[in-house]
Design a protein around this ligand. Structure first.
Ligand SMILES: *Cc1c(COP(=O)(O)O)cnc(C)c1O
Length: 345
């Protein structure tokens, strides 16, 4: 089996933790593991003075938590919508009856930042919601430009960095981000089931709303003070997370990103050789989205028969290959060969 979806191929040393007996979590030892994980996560995202809330939920759980606890007490949200994940912010805001306005960006295009600034200036929102990387299209947005606009008009910045954390440069403090979210099955390259909500020192001064019992910020923060979650954590995933973070700290964030980038660039060269168009104007390192020329309707199923997973893209002939996890150039050569063979049938 080869996986080019999330979280990608995982080292045996990490996978094996999932098959071992796991400890009781209401202990000082487990608390230490949670606190140590918080410290490492804050280091990797560059927000050393912030806090992390750990949820036993996929990434959307953390997005839900942000809207329920924070956006719901704002006056007006401004939402960047460049694909299905941007739409998820919009759906969540509507669900919690938060007044909002959207700024649409066409499929796989970059933002017109001049137009964006103009809209923010006239719209006067107090919170800005976006993705750093819109995973449905592979487009990476320029957070420095978004951050500058938010600073200029004093808009609180909330970033879904679920698929950019540890694959593209992300500087939470430097960019003045109030809340960032990510989850276990993307750059951290462990199974889905955990999500992480990063709170800046500034946003920690806020009085949060109480619209979600399970996701309540205040209750979670209070328990995490002593390294505990209010409800049963996915214990095994926490053990895998800790092992992953220790390894990531050793490798260093720049080296991790450089390695994801090298895989992405290598695969894009193969796309070029095969005339598979990569539509993203500024492609992320995390995935390559590309169009095959024919047989897109059978590609996914035929690869599945060979125990190879890639992601269908929702548009005819459009597919996405993730560059997270263990992946060699030989793997990518082999993948491209197999795609080519199916395309030529
Ligand atoms: C994966 C992802 C999510 C979360 O999806 P879940 O299936 O809930 O984990 C949210 N936003 C982005 C940008 C993502 O890539």
């Amino acid at each position: 089996m080869k996986s080019y979806v999330f979280p990608g191929n995982i080292e045996d040393s990490i996978l094996q933790i999932g098959g071992k007996p796991f400890p009781y979590m209401r202990t000082a030892q487990f608390s230490e593991l949670v606190k140590d994980s918080e410290r490492m996560l804050l280091h990797l995202i560059n927000c050393p003075e912030g806090r992390v809330i750990f949820y036993t939920a996929s990434g959307t759980g953390a997005m839900d938590a942000v809207v329920a606890n924070y956006v719901s007490q704002c006056e007006k949200a401004f939402i960047l919508v460049g694909g299905s994940f941007g739409h998820r912010w919009k759906n969540l805001c509507d669900y919690y009856h938060c007044p909002n306005e959207i700024f649409e960006v066409p499929f796989a295009r970059d933002i017109d930042y001049v137009q964006l600034e103009e809209r923010v200036r006239t719209s006067r929102p107090d919170v800005f919601l976006c993705q750093h990387h819109e995973t449905s299209t592979g487009q990476l947005y320029d957070m420095e430009k978004i951050s500058a606009i938010c600073k200029k008009y004093e808009v609180s910045l909330v970033v879904d960095a679920i698929s950019s954390f540890l694959s593209d440069t992300l500087d939470m403090s430097g960019w003045g981000i109030d809340i960032c979210i990510t989850s276990s099955q993307k750059g951290l390259n462990i199974a889905p089931g955990l999500s992480f909500l990063f709170l800046s020192p500034r946003v920690l001064q806020t009085v949060f709303s109480h619209k979600s019992y399970y996701f309540d910020f205040e209750e979670n923060l209070k328990n995490l003070e002593r390294g505990q979650t209010p409800y049963s954590p996915a214990t095994t995933l926490f053990l895998q997370l800790h092992a992953r973070l220790q390894s990531d700290m050793k490798i260093g964030v720049d080296n991790i990103i450089a390695s994801v980038r090298a895989k992405a660039l290598y695969f894009r060269e193969l796309c070029k050789q095969n005339n598979w168009e990569v539509p993203a104007e500024v492609p992320s390192n995390c995935i390559t989205g590309f169009f095959v020329r024919r047989n897109g309707d059978i590609l996914f199923k035929e690869l599945l028969k060979q125990e190879i997973f890639i992601m269908p893209g929702g548009t005819p002939n459009y597919f996405r290959v993730s560059h997270l996890g263990v992946q060699t150039n030989e793997d990518l050569d082999d993948l491209a060969r197999r795609i080519k063979e199916i395309e030529n049938r």
